[in-house]
Ligand binder design. Structure first.
Ligand SMILES: NC(=O)c1ccc[n+]([C@@H]2O[C@H](COP(=O)([O-])OP(=O)(O)OC[C@H]3O[C@@H](n4cnc5c(N)ncnc54)[C@H](O)[C@@H]3O)[C@@H](O)[C@H]2O)c1
Ligand SMILES: CC(C)C[C@H](N)C(=O)O
Length: 367
């Protein structure tokens, strides 16, 4: 991998490799863009096929956070961490504390939170070493696990997308295929079940499937069958890149709306589903509930204020679909433009020189 070529292509600011032999920590912190503010993005722990795959994931996810935070109207830039390892076997206290010290070393340029494979308990350990962590226990006056709030945002965004596709935002009687029933999707299924949707679910974790079948009367299918099932809405809620050359020809859904990050394998897949008339709710717009919620901690957490902001996801999805229709462009592109325009507006409005206490001029001696 030609790392600097990649960094230049999407204009990344910084990549930090963190290694701690004693605890086994191998982490990559990617900071994409801090124009809007410090980079906030979660920490993913996953067993990657190679170090290159881990770096690529960190970079793609960090860039996604820049767009997510910008589109959500947050004054935050984008970053993300991946820790290489199996979250079921390789975690230990020293690992997260060592990681916390690496974050502290960045002096606020990067703030972390949960992602796939990490929990509130892990964030609490990080918090032993640094303040630059969110999603810690409510006992600290914090917002706790972001997943239920992410799920609520996805539910609201899905309703907005359904309105554009079916003329009503009611999900009663709609058949919804949910891929992955982990932290976010379990809570999403709860909302959908309560509204009277019919659920088809899959997961590589059989226990997670069993819970959804028992609690929500969902029909279970094998992981590779989910794309082709007869349904109104496909909700990708596992890992990324599931909208690709193999899966698109199988899709019967009229709407794609789910929690997973980086759902499109390549942008051309966004063009393809647009041409097929599928309404795609861009991933980073619909799944911003969690980051909106944890970001509120930076002001002193207030759940009511956070949830009010999460409600804007419905309007943001409507806005993206409107721009897509008006300009005849795919929704992913409409969302990218919305996010990029905000970053550019802020970049321009902050272009004046502001001296800080450590500027070189402040060290000059006057005679
Ligand atoms: N947790 C949040 O608040 C949040 C916020 C925004 C985005 N996301 C994104 O949403 C997605 C889900 O996050 P989560 O926190 O629920 O993670 P999770 O690990 O709790 O759930 C993911 C589930 O997907 C399953 N899975 C993995 N590969 C699969 C496959 N090939 N087929 C079927 N199932 C598979 C896993 O077994 C797991 O149950 C991730 O892409 C994450 O980055 C999460
Ligand atoms: C900050 C976190 C809540 C990040 C979350 N995992 C996301 O992808 O948005």
């Amino acid at each position: 991998m030609e790392i600097f070529k990649y960094l230049e292509k999407y204009d990344y600011e910084q990549v930090v490799f963190c290694q701690d032999k004693q605890s086994g920590l191998k982490a990559i912190i990617a900071i994409h863009d801090t124009t809007l503010g410090p980079a906030l993005g979660g920490t993913r722990m996953w067993t990657y096929e190679s170090e290159e795959a881990a770096i690529e994931d960190a970079l793609r996810l960090a860039r996604g956070m820049t767009y997510k935070n910008a589109a959500a109207g947050l004054n935050l830039g984008g970053g993300k961490t991946v820790i290489i390892g199996d979250p079921r076997k390789d975690k230990n206290e020293e690992m997260f504390r060592a990681f916390g010290r690496f974050i502290q070393g960045l002096n606020g340029r990067y703030i972390t939170a949960e992602d796939v494979g990490t929990t509130v308990a892990d964030m609490d350990l990080i918090h032993e070493e640094t303040d630059y962590v969110t999603g810690i226990s409510p006992a600290f006056g914090s917002s706790g696990n972001p997943s239920p709030v992410t799920a609520y945002g996805v539910y609201r965004g899905m309703k907005a997308a359904a309105k554009a596709a079916f003329g009503t935002d009611s999900l009663e009687g709609k058949v919804i295929a949910v891929q992955g029933v982990g932290n976010v999707a379990y809570n999403l299924c709860k909302h959908l079940h309560e509204e009277g949707a019919q659920l088809i679910v899959t997961d590589i974790n059989k226990e997670a499937v069993k819970r959804a079948v028992e609690e929500f009367g969902a029909r279970a299918v094998e992981p590779d069958e989910i794309y082709g099932v007869d349904c109104d809405i496909y909700a990708p809620c596992a890992l990324g890149a599931t909208i690709n050359d193999d899966t698109i020809p199988q899709l019967k859904a009229k709407v794609i709306a789910g929690a997973a990050n980086n759902q499109l394998k390549e942008t051309r897949h966004g063009d393809l589903i647009h041409e097929m008339g599928i309404i795609y709710a861009p991933d980073y717009v619909i799944n911003a509930g969690g980051v909106i919620n944890v970001a509120d901690e930076l002001y002193g957490y207030n759940r009511e204020r956070a949830m009010k902001k999460v409600e804007t996801i419905y309007n943001n999805i409507e806005k993206v679909i409107e721009i897509s229709k008006r300009d005849g462009i795919p929704t992913y592109l409409a969302a990218d433009r919305m996010a990029e325009e905000r970053i550019e507006r802020m970049r321009n409005s902050r272009s004046q020189f502001l001296q800080n206490g450590h500027h070189i001029l402040s060290r000059r001696r006057t005679r």
